[in-house]
Design a protein around this ligand. Structure first.
Ligand SMILES: O=C(CO)[C@@H](O)[C@H](O)COP(=O)(O)O
Ligand SMILES: [Fe+2]
Length: 218
């Protein structure tokens, strides 16, 4: 069954605990936490203090998507804050293997993510070491953007390599996922769908999530 990871970037930040509780009760699998630094991406969002403050309000794994320069410097703080999965952009670290090992050293699941313009080849080697591969289906930085269809080819490529190498990492997609775009992602091999505006901009989150799941069925 396809997993759903609501991105709290589109939630009401003044009511975060309630927003998280709402999607947890509606059947979310992960809580997706978008961390932006105003350098790697042109927006500033959540730091370890907010991650730590939401942690006691959910049983779900915190799926932390780091969109920051110098990720190694902040990984321990997100581990201490209670992250279950930490995903780093290949574009932000010159020593990707070292960064992934640092996450794993803290006994947290390690993910790698690439931007729409980054070829799949850039993460081919590290596939053997990660628990999750995130394919950005929009340029990182903001919620509510339109899905970039060409990213599907990359998704298919990653899924083919997973089979060919006998690996078992999860494949996640992030950006512009809604009832129109979800199916092409699951058909291409996505296991986890991140969705922000397609969930939080609806009053009835359960209905919104059910609609995405239904549309994603392959
Ligand atoms: O990482 C990001 C954006 O950089 C995402 O997680 C967004 O928060 C997804 O929002 P929608 O495109 O689903 O509204
Ligand atoms: Fe994200």
């Amino acid at each position: 069954m396809t997993k759903l990871a609501p991105s709290i970037l589109s939630a009401d930040f003044s009511q975060l605990a309630r927003e998280i509780d709402d999607v947890e009760k509606a059947g979310a699998d992960y809580i997706h936490v978008d961390v932006m630094d105003g350098h790697f991406v042109p927006n500033i969002t959540i730091g370890p203090l907010i991650a730590e403050s939401i942690k006691p309000h959910t049983q779900l794994p915190l799926d932390v998507h780091l969109m920051i320069e110098n990720p190694d410097q902040y990984i321990p703080a997100f581990v201490d804050a209670g992250a279950s999965i930490i995903t780093v952009h290949q574009e932000t670290t010159p020593h990707l293997h070292r960064t992934i090992q640092l996450i794993k050293h803290h006994e947290v699941k390690a993910g790698v993510v690439i931007n729409p313009a980054t070829p799949a080849e850039m993460i081919r080697d590290i596939l053997h070491d990660v628990d999750l591969v995130l394919i950005m289906t929009v340029n990182p930085g903001f919620g509510g953007q339109s899905f970039i269809p060409r990213t599907i080819e990359k998704l298919e490529q990653i899924a083919r390599w997973r089979n060919a190498y006998g690996l078992s990492f999860e494949i996640e997609v992030d950006g512009g996922i809604n009832t129109e775009t979800a199916k092409s992602c699951t058909e291409a091999g996505a296991d986890v769908l991140v969705a922000g505006s397609a969930i939080f901009k609806h009053d009835d989150r359960r209905k919104a999530m059910e609609a995405i799941r239904r549309s994603a069925q392959v």
